[in-house]
Design a protein around this ligand. Structure first.
Ligand code: NAD
Ligand code: UD1
Length: 336
């Protein structure tokens, strides 16, 4: 079964490629490499022992995407392609609306043209904004606090409208919590451009002395140690969640929306300690002010995915840190 991965050369897409091959499916990558490197393709071949099929181009090019869908006889699509930096989306909103929403519209039109109606979409826990309580269930109210989050809300709504208009469409909306870690081979991982915005890549760069210390954003939150609490999920668990989701769409044909998280929250200082234990390195840090827009606690109620898909995250925080460290220490400059 051939599955198209838009954005398949990126962090989550590349790990999902491996899980799909492991599950006996034939993934095809579609990527314009705006936020990834062609070097990932050789790494994927080394991990899987299979040829890697990749179509280089832009998801905004509807006619070309339709040709790709037809040429590879694609049965289903996993749509990862998009921009994801919250701060940049505030500074350059049109860049985000154009690529993320425009990309989703373009892909869906190409799918209509090619007669492909099975789609898994990368949404985010950001659609819950500042939740009133934790853990967060799928039926909690949605809100957005920045243009990036707004694009996820709009695309979720577009998918819903398309399903209502065309009941043959089968859609899985997956709301990721905080994906971290890397494939245990150390060959693929997260490779942010410039100063990392997110906690784990920042910590791994401090561990390599590429940055002097971690700034902890806020130590006065109403959490056990005062630092922010998040639901960190190993990217390989997340990747396996996509395999379970696309299989469920093919098997039952029912559309659904599900959180992909572990259901467990960890504070910033807990992550620092777990990373120190996994790497044997000391992480200097400084407690500082809160980052604007951050919430105190965000973690999933992960039971729906387990009920619907028979999937749950199994890898520990220790494993996430060990794998993130293996990737970063073996590839201090990422894919460059
Ligand atoms: P990533 O930037 O590593 O991967 C995205 C890929 O899409 C890149 O390879 C990029 O080159 C490609 N791309 C972007 N625009 C494109 C276009 N117009 N045409 C073709 N390719 C294009 O990001 P990621 O972390 O792997 O995230 C994948 C998806 O998951 C994104 O939609 C993101 O918003 C969502 N998500 C990520 C996180 C996270 O923390 N990483 C959390 C929640 C949701
Ligand atoms: C970020 C995104 C969010 C996205 C999510 C999942 C922002 C504002 N939000 O959220 O839209 O859905 O990733 O990938 O970027 N921290 C520090 N020091 C740092 C970096 C982070 O203390 O240098 C803290 C944060 O305050 C937070 C925790 O670490 O408490 C995790 O931060 P981060 O990795 O950026 O993820 P989120 O804030 O959950």
């Amino acid at each position: 079964m051939n599955i198209l991965l838009t954005g398949g050369a990126g962090f989550i897409g590349s790990h999902t490629f491996v899980s799909l091959v492991d599950a006996g499916m034939r993934p095809v990558i579609l990527d314009n490499f705006v936020n990834s490197h062609t070097a990932v393709l050789d790494r994927l071949r080394a991990i899987t022992g299979h040829a890697v099929v990749c179509e280089r181009g832009d998801v905004l090019d509807t006619a070309w995407v339709e040709q790709v869908l037809r040429r590879h006889q694609i049965a289903g699509v996993i749509h990862f392609a998009g921009y994801k930096a919250v701060g940049e989306s505030v500074a350059q909103p049109l860049k985000y609306y154009h690529n993320n929403i425009g990309g989703a519209v373009s892909l869906m039109r190409a799918m209509e043209g090619a007669g492909c109606a099975t789609l898994v979409f990368s949404s985010s826990a950001t659609v819950y904004g500042d939740p009133a309580t934790v853990p967060i269930c799928e039926n909690f109210p949605r809100q957005h606090t920045n243009p990036y989050g707004h694009t996820k809300l709009v695309i979720e709504d577009m998918l819903q409208a398309q399903r209502i208009a065309h009941p043959e469409w089968k859609v899985a909306v997956l709301r990721y919590f905080n994906p971290v870690g890397a494939h245990p081979s150390g060959l693929i991982g997260e490779d942010p451009v410039g100063i990392p915005n997110n906690l784990m890549p920042y910590i791994t760069q401090v561990a390599l002395s590429q940055r002097p210390r971690l700034q902890v954003y806020g130590s006065d939150y109403p959490t056990p140690d005062g630092t922010g609490v998040r639901d960190y999920i190993h990217v390989c668990d997340l990747a396996e969640g996509h395999v379970a989701a696309i299989k469920a769409l093919f098997a039952q044909g029912e559309s659904f929306t599900a959180n992909l998280g572990t259901g467990q929250g960890h504070s910033v200082l807990e992550v620092v300690r777990a990373f120190e234990a996994a790497s044997g390195r000391t992480i200097p840090y400084q407690l500082g002010p809160r980052r604007p827009g951050d919430v105190a606690q965000c973690y999933a109620d992960a039971t729906l995915a387990q009920q619907l898909l028979g999937w749950r995250a199994t890898r520990s925080l220790q494993q996430m840190c060990a794998d993130a460290w293996r990737w970063q220490s073996r590839n201090p400059n990422g894919y460059r």
